[in-house]
Design a protein around this ligand. Structure first.
Ligand SMILES: Nc1nc2c(ncn2[C@@H]2O[C@H](COP(=O)(O)OP(=O)(O)OP(=O)(O)O)[C@@H](O)[C@H]2O)c(=O)[nH]1
Length: 419
C-alpha cells in the first residue's frame, strides 16, 4: 500500500535549505589556552580550497569572546563591538567569568540579527568560523551557547571543532578528561557528556603538534592495551615524558591506585565512542594539518546533511504538532470553562449578561478557525518595532550597524539606537 505523503517541512515553518548555501559553520571550542584563537587565525591564513572555480576560497569570522584583548585574525562580526565586557564588570559588580557570561547572554538576545547577516553571507563563503570564549563551560554549559548553536544548525550545515592542547594531554588523566567532553553514544545518540548535547558532527583537533606529536594519543584511542600500558607505567596524572611520549612499563607502577583504576574503567567505556570521532593533529603556529582539517569539515558537513538535518526536521515537526495539540486542548478547556458548549440551550443564554457575551466574542476573535492564535497585522506593529527591523535589514553588517566606535550605554552595551 502506498504510504500517504505527509505535509512538507515548509508546512511546519521549517526553513528549506537554500540551494546555494555552501558555507559550513564551524564552532571552535576548547579548554582555556588550548589555542582556539591561534587555530582560527590559521584558518584565516589557510582557507579551504573550494572545488568550484567560480568561488574564491573565503571564510567569515565571528568572535564570541568578549574578554579577548587582541585577535590575530580580522573578525567580520565581533561581540566586543556590541558589549563592553569591562564596563559590565564595573556596572554589575561581576567577576571576570560572570561578566563574560553576561556579555554572551546580552549578545544572544540579538543573535537573530547576526544570523540574518550570516545567512546572507552563507552563499559566498566556504566556512563561517565562530571563535568562542576561553572558558569552555561558558559556551557549552550556558543557555546562550545552546541558543547560538541551535540557531546556526537550523540555518546551515554546522559542526563543532574541539581543540585539544596536545602537550597538556600527555597524562592519561588529562587526556581522559578532555575526551569525556568529546564522546557520545554512537548507537543511541545519547548524551555521554554535557558537551555532546548538541549532537552535531564533531572534529577533534589535537593542536600544537609542533611541540608534541599526537600519534600516541591516537594510539591510546585506537588500542585500549596501549592506554593500559601507559597507566601501568606510573601515576595517571603524570605526563608521559619524551618526544614520542612512551612511558616505561612495568616500573614500580601504581596500577593499584584509585586514579589508575578509575582511568582504566573509563577507558573501557569510552573505547567504543572513540571509533566514531574524526581526529587529526594540527599546528596552528605552522599551519601543518590545516588542509586535513578542511577535509574533516567537508565530511562533517556530509554527516550533518545526511543524519543531523533529518533528525532536526523530525524533532521540529514533533514540537510543532505537540504545540498545536496543547493549544487545542487549552482552547477546548477554556471554552468548556466558559460554558460555550451550552450556548444553544434554552433558558441559559438569557441568563448570561451582555458583558459575558462580549468577553466571549473577544476571545474567539483572537483565534483562527483551527484554534491558532492570529498573528497581529502589520499595522499593529509599533513604530519602534519596524525601525528596529529596518536597522539590520539593509545595514550590510553587524559591526557596521553597531559601529566599532559606537558609544556604550551606562550598562556597557551598545545596541543600535534608531535615529
Ligand atoms: N607552539 C604552538 N603554540 C601554540 C599553538 N597554538 C596556540 N599556541 C599558543 O598557545 C597559547 C594560547 O593560544 P590562544 O590561541 O590564545 O588560546 P585560546 O584557546 O584562544 O585561549 P583563551 O581563549 O584565552 O582561553 C598562545 O601562547 C599561542 O601562541 C600551536 O599550534 N603551536
Amino acid at each position: 500500500m502506498a504510504s500517504q505523503a505527509g505535509p512538507s517541512t515548509a508546512a511546519y515553518g521549517i526553513p528549506e535549505a537554500k540551494p546555494d548555501a555552501r558555507a559550513t559553520s564551524v564552532i571552535v571550542i576548547g579548554m582555556a589556552g588550548s589555542g582556539k584563537s591561534t587555530f582560527v587565525e590559521a584558518l584565516s591564513k589557510h582557507p579551504a580550497r573550494t572545488s568550484s572555480a567560480k568561488h574564491k576560497p573565503e571564510s567569515y569570522f565571528v568572535n564570541l569572546d568578549p574578554a579577548v584583548r587582541q585577535v590575530a585574525y580580522e573578525p567580520n562580526v565581533d561581540i566586543r563591538d556590541t558589549v563592553d565586557y569591562s564596563r559590565l564588570m564595573q556596572e554589575y559588580n561581576l567577576g571576570p567569568n560572570g561578566a563574560i557570561l553576561t556579555a554572551l547572554n546580552l549578545f544572544t538576545t540579538k543573535f537573530d540579527q547576526v544570523l540574518g547577516i550570516l545567512e546572507r553571507r552563507s552563499g559566498d563563503v566556504d566556512q563561517i568560523v565562530m571563535d568562542t570564549p576561553g572558558q569552555i563551560e561558558i559556551f557549552t554549559w550556558s543557555a546562550s551557547g545552546s541558543i547560538i548553536t541551535d540557531a546556526l544548525a537550523s540555518s546551515m550545515p554546522t559542526c563543532v571543532a574541539y581543540i585539544i592542547d596536545t602537550p597538556r594531554s600527555m597524562a592519561p588523566a588529562t587526556f581522559m578528561s578532555n575526551m569525556l567532553y568529546a564522546c557520545r553514544d554512537p548507537a543511541e545518540r545519547d548524551e555521554v557528556s554535557i558537551m555532546y548535547k548538541t549532537k552535531l558532527p564533531f572534529v577533534v583537533v589535537f593542536n600544537k603538534i609542533d611541540l608534541q606529536p599526537h600519534e600516541l594519543l591516537l594510539e591510546w584511542m585506537n588500542d585500549f592495551e596501549t592506554f593500559q600500558a601507559a597507566l601501568q607505567g606510573g601515576d595517571a596524572t603524570d605526563s608521559v615524558a619524551g618526544k614520542h611520549g612512551r612511558r616505561k612499563t612495568g616500573a614500580d607502577g601504581e596500577e593499584g591506585s584509585y586514579m589508575n583504576s578509575l582511568m582504566n574503567s573509563m577507558a573501557l567505556v569510552l573505547d567504543e565512542f572513540y571509533r566514531n570521532l574524526r581526529t587529526l593533529g594540527v599546528s596552528s603556529s605552522t599551519g601543518e594539518g590545516i588542509d586535513a582539517f578542511h577535509e574533516a569539515v567537508a565530511s562533517a558537513r556530509q554527516e550533518f546533511l545526511e543524519e543531523y538535518k533529518p533528525d532536526l526536521e523530525r524533532m521540529q515537526k514533533e514540537r510543532v504538532e505537540k504545540r498545536e495539540k496543547d493549544k487545542k486542548t487549552q482552547l477546548d478547556k477554556l471554552m468548556k470553562d466558559m460554558n460555550v458548549g451550552s450556548k444553544g440551550k434554552p433558558g441559559q443564554e438569557k441568563e448570561r449578561g451582555d458583558a459575558d457575551e462580549e468577553d466571549e466574542e473577544e476571545i474567539e476573535a483572537q483565534y483562527e478557525g483551527d484554534g491558532q492564535i492570529m498573528e497581529p497585522d502589520d499595522e499593529d506593529l509599533g513604530q519602534d518595532d519596524e525601525e528596529e527591523a529596518d536597522d539590520f535589514a539593509h545595514g550590510g553588517g553587524f559591526a557596521k550597524a553597531f559601529g566599532s566606535n559606537a558609544r556604550f550605554q551606562d550598562d556597557g552595551t551598545a545596541w543600535p539606537r534608531p535615529a
